[in-house]
Write a protein that binds this ligand. Structure first.
Ligand code: EPU
Length: 301
């Protein structure tokens, strides 16, 4: 979607930067996605005004975080993409509190906190993506989730159209799901983390990295796990048991390493990936009577 020259001027006056015709394939870990105008939100305080401008102009928009858990349609997209540019590390520590920008890289945040002798997030080390994305979906791995460490979140709240700060206790963090609205934009978070010596945290980080390396296709283009695990079950194990590892629709392929990772093994299209997702969901439904729910977020045109 292309925005008008007039709107572009107004956005620039509000400190936003426009990237016309940005490629989402280049900005997502799956390497799939069409093109659209991208707006970089360089000044948080102008976000409410920018959102009002876009709404008044009838321009639909989506927020892109690290692009590591999203499957985007192809072609010229029917919405613009808003993005928080990462400027500097965007993190600082005060006692047991870490103040982190939502645009910061999650893994870098875990390491930064570790260097300040703050632990508790080792399990999240290899989870790709931004802190904002991790917050929105309550990212987790190896027994750690980000939610329990959250004390405060500063966000643009779509319902009020304003920037607000909410306490961690007011947010519901469930398995790969939170009470944030899809249109809310995470801006900053305050985490509270237990004190732990750097060496100990590092040892925990190494264990998690090893586990991940041995079971996940880290060097291939993917969006992590495609499906959520149904209660008490592993989607990956079920898909594996059905002999679907390596199964392809075009270049979209069920990883031969971890069956809940679907990889772009070449030039996969969004349609290929969606067909593969539907096919696997159907096979699991037929065999186990379980309806798998997407973990990956699908942006259809
Ligand atoms: N398994 C298989 N075959 C496979 C994959 C897994 O038999 O192809 C078996 C494993 O051997 C193990 C069990 O299934 O006995 C569970 O596997 P794993 O430990 O890999 O965990 P998972 O349930 O498949 C979850 C998260 C991952 C996270 C790991 C580690 C979900 C959907 N997935 O995977 O998160 O990294 O645990 O904590 O909750 C993600 O969310 O994108 C993601 C990768």
């Amino acid at each position: 979607m292309r925005i008008s020259a007039q709107l572009e001027t107004q956005l620039r006056e509000l400190g936003a930067e426009l990237r016309p015709g940005a490629s989402l394939a280049e900005q997502t870990s799956l390497g799939i996605g069409g093109t659209t105008d991208e707006i970089l939100l360089r000044r948080y305080e102008t976000i409410p005004e920018i959102m009002r401008l876009l709404a008044d102009a009838g321009v639909p928009c989506r927020f892109l975080g690290g692009g590591t858990n999203v499957l985007v349609d192809e072609g010229e997209l029917s919405f613009v993409v808003l993005h928080l540019p990462a400027a500097g590390p965007g993190m600082r520590v005060e006692g047991n509190a870490a103040y982190v920008d939502a645009a910061a890289d999650l893994g870098a945040t875990v390491t930064f906190c570790a260097k300040h002798d703050l632990g508790g997030m080792e399990g999240l080390i290899g989870v790709p993506g931004s802190v904002g994305g991790a917050l929105r979906m309550n990212a987790g791995a190896y027994g750690t989730q980000i939610g329990p460490h959250v004390r405060e979140v500063e966000l643009y709240r779509a319902a009020s159209g304003e920037i607000e700060t909410v306490r961690g206790s007011e947010i519901r963090f469930d398995y790969r799901h939170t009470s944030f609205a899809a249109e809310d934009l995470m801006l900053r978070v305050k985490l509270e983390l237990p004190s732990q010596p750097f060496k100990e945290i590092l040892a925990g980080i190494k264990v998690c990295n090893e586990k991940r390396r041995s079971s996940q296709p880290l060097n291939q283009k993917s969006a992590g796990c495609i499906f959520k695990n149904p209660p008490g079950r592993s989607a990956g194990r079920m898909i594996d048991e059905l002999g679907l590892k390596g199964h392809r629709v075009g270049d979209a392929m069920v990883s031969d390493r971890h069956a809940n990772f679907f990889v772009n093994a070449g030039e996969a299209s969004g349609a290929d990936m969606l067909k593969l997702i539907d096919l696997v969901r159907e096979r699991v439904r037929d065999a186990y009577g379980i309806e798998l729910e997407n973990e990956v977020i699908v942006w259809r045109n």
